[in-house]
Every structure is written in C-alpha cells, then in structure tokens.
Write a protein that binds this ligand. Structure first.
Ligand code: FES
Ligand code: FES
Length: 161
C-alpha cells in the first residue's frame, strides 16, 4: 500500500509516495536521484549505503523509507553544496580511495565522528569507521587523512599539491 512521506533531504523538504516495504537506499537512488549512497552487500555489512538520519549515520539498506517521515536525511550530496568538503579534499590529498565505492560512506562516518569528537585518537577513528568496508586501500590512508584533517597526522602543516 502506498503512503506519502515528507522529510528533509539535504536541507530541502521532499514529499514522495512509497510502498510500505520500500527501502530508503532504493528510494534515494531510484526515485530521488541521490547516487552517492551505493548498493553493496544490501544486508547491513559493508557501509557503502551510509547516510545520516537526524545527524547519525545509518545503513540505508536497512531502513524502511516510511521510517524517515519527519526526519532529516543527509547524504554526501548535502555536504557538498559548496564543492568538495575539507575531508574529501584530504582523502584526495592522501590517496585515500581507489575505486571510490566506499568513500561516501567513509566520509559520512568520519564526519559524524568529528562532529561528536573533534580530536579522536586513532582507535576511536578505527572504531568509527569499522562499519565501512574498503576493498582497495588497506584503510591506513583513510585513517591518516582523518588524522591530518583534525591536526594529528604526520602531514599536518605540509604543503598539499
Ligand atoms: S549496502 Fe548497506 S551495508 Fe552494504
Ligand atoms: S576505495 Fe575501493 S572500496 Fe574503498
């Protein structure tokens, strides 16, 4: 049965009809043109579908679209209204991605961490990113990029080019 939901998507109010079993990830990608959340495992294991729901990261493949009624959904598109975010720039500078499939989820999980804890230590960064799998980088460049952004990295203060 179809039901209309209204929610904030990247700071804009959106209303859309969904079926009771529709999954948020599919609605974002197929009905709303939001492509940064990726379809990976589709069962809550890989984190490639990560979005923020009222500022907290969730795996959108596990969320029913009906559940976001009245809430705020933020995807990487919402953080990029003025171009690349500082964290994305640092990922770029540290070669923290290869295929890029995991990157939107990594950036959102790291953003959530830094919002809560502006100076996390390495263990806290590893824990915050533990729900986001990367098949390419071995994780070290990702962690070093986050450390650099918060001023704890080896590259702090170095010229970036
Ligand atoms: S696609 Fe959602 S966790 Fe893998
Ligand atoms: S950069 Fe390819 S999966 Fe992470």
């Amino acid at each position: 049965m179809k039901k209309k939901i209204t929610f904030l998507l990247n700071s804009e109010t959106r209303s859309i009809e969904v079926e009771s079993g529709d999954i948020l990830l599919d609605v974002l990608r197929d009905k709303l043109g939001i492509k940064t959340p990726k379809i990976g495992c589709d069962m809550g294991d890989c984190g490639s579908c990560t979005v923020m729901l009222d500022g907290k990261t969730v795996k959108s493949c596990l969320v029913l679209a009906l559940e976001v009624e009245g809430q705020e959904v933020t995807t990487l598109e919402g953080l990029m209204k003025d171009g690349m975010t500082p964290l994305q720039q640092t990922f770029h500078d540290f070669n923290s991605f290869q295929c890029g499939f995991c990157t939107p989820g990594m950036v959102l999980s790291a953003t959530e961490l830094i919002n809560k804890n502006p100076k996390p230590n390495r263990k806290e960064i590893q824990e915050a990113l533990s729900g986001n799998l990367c098949r390419c980088t071995g994780y070290i460049p990702i962690i070093e990029a986050v450390e650099d952004l918060i001023g704890k990295g080896k590259g702090e203060g170095k010229e970036k080019g």
